[in-house]
Write a protein that binds this ligand. Structure first.
Ligand SMILES: C[S@@+](CC[C@H](N)C(=O)[O-])C[C@H]1O[C@@H](n2cnc3c(N)ncnc32)[C@H](O)[C@@H]1O
Ligand code: SF4
Length: 340
């Protein structure tokens, strides 16, 4: 069987060569027909129409996109969709309309092991990691089943991408191919809670245009460890060291995400400590008010508190963006996925 959603172009080429005596010409045609045209009419493409015997055999071997979109929820233009995977588990993905194009927030795991004390996905526990095919399938379905023009991908849905490193990086490769999905590396962001070995492995891969986001959420070890158990394994000093060694492109920046939780990590002392942690890294800091998650006793900060926190950092020369979460009414805001 051939699961094109899980195969980078060179692997697909090898498979067609070994199994059918074909090569790059047909692999590229398959990529185009599936990823650009939605895969409805592959047999009528000239490359297959003229090799009917080959197409008849190949058609039987092609695996359809894994998972069925079962439900969609809308808040204005934002759409959350739920996919039921072949083993019955469910994942969520969110289409977020931006000024120029749509961004798709994809899941990399069913649940998460990391246990952050503010996140709905943590509350559902860890079920399993997704395959490359299941990650790419979310993009395929958003584009070709639901009809959205997706130009950006953020790995900010359910799960920790660096706890599923190989499948995620292969998905990046499949999505990036100009012959298929054609999503530029600079339009893909991997968000990690701070899994240092993952940052180090990515450093070695020489992909300077791929964007790296890091969820900070606590500017000192005591605050961060209380919120994010991952900090006990890789404390802030280790995290910073890995970022200092990371080969950012000359104009590249890290995206730091910092959720503001009232009375927990939103004081001006926290803001000062965060500015110290950031210096001298090149960072764009996203401040996100905590989105309510049932079972956690946290509250969002007031607009004034968020403004003052941002101002303290701006005064220290940090580039800050206040990100008001969208999709809360359909539980599609950051960290709200997994109530399924
Ligand atoms: C759900 S995580 C998935 C990616 C990765 N595991 C990570 O932690 O970066 C994406 C972002 O959602 C944020 N997040 C989690 N729970 C949240 C909540 N209740 N309110 C706002 N943001 C939240 C995380 O801090 C992270 O920046
Ligand atoms: S914030 Fe990210 S790492 Fe933490 S539990 Fe949620 S999905 Fe996992």
């Amino acid at each position: 069987m051939i699961d094109i959603f899980g195969l980078p172009l060179d692997q697909l080429t090898r498979t067609l060569r070994n199994d059918y005596g074909k090569g790059l010409f047909h692999a590229e045609a398959l990529y185009r027909e599936v990823f650009k045209n939605g895969g409805k009419n592959i047999g009528n493409a000239p490359e297959f129409k003229n090799s009917l015997k080959f197409w008849t055999e190949l058609e039987k071997a092609l695996v359809p996109v894994s998972g069925k979109v079962e439900e969609t929820f809308k808040e204005d233009e934002l759409v959350k969709f739920i996919t039921r995977l072949t083993d019955g588990l469910k994942i969520e993905s969110v289409v977020i309309p931006m000024t120029r194009h749509n961004t798709l927030c994809v899941s990399s795991q069913v649940g998460c092991k990391m246990g952050c004390k503010f996140c709905q996905t943590a509350r559902m526990g860890f079920k399993r990691s997704l395959s490359t095919s299941e990650i790419v399938g979310q993009v395929f379905n958003a584009r070709h089943l639901l009809g959205y023009d997706i130009k950006n991908i953020v790995f900010m849905g359910m799960g920790e991408p660096f706890d599923n490193f190989d499948a995620v990086m292969t998905a990046v490769e499949v999505l990036n191919s100009q012959k298929g999905c054609d999503i530029a590396l600079r339009h893909m962001t991997i968000s990690t809670c701070g899994v240092v070995p993952g940052i180090e492995r990515l450093s070695q891969m020489n992909l300077p245009n791929l964007r790296l986001a890091v969820s900070i959420n606590g500017p000192d070890d005591a605050t961060r460890s209380a919120l994010m158990p991952v900090n006990r394994r890789w404390p802030l000093a280790a995290l910073k060291k890995s970022l200092e060694a990371y080969p950012l492109s000359s104009r590249g920046v890290f995206l730091f995400e910092y959720i503001l939780i009232k009375g927990v990590n939103d004081s001006m002392d926290h803001a000062q400590a965060l500015a110290r942690f950031i210096h001298p890294l090149s960072v764009r800091l996203n401040l996100i008010p905590y989105n309510p998650v049932t079972g956690f006793d946290h509250q969002s900060p007031s607009d004034e508190q968020m403004h003052d926190f941002a101002q303290t950092l701006t005064d220290k020369g940090v580039f800050v963006i206040k990100r008001w979460s969208r999709g809360r009414s359909v539980s599609a805001g950051c960290g709200q996925l997994g109530k399924i």
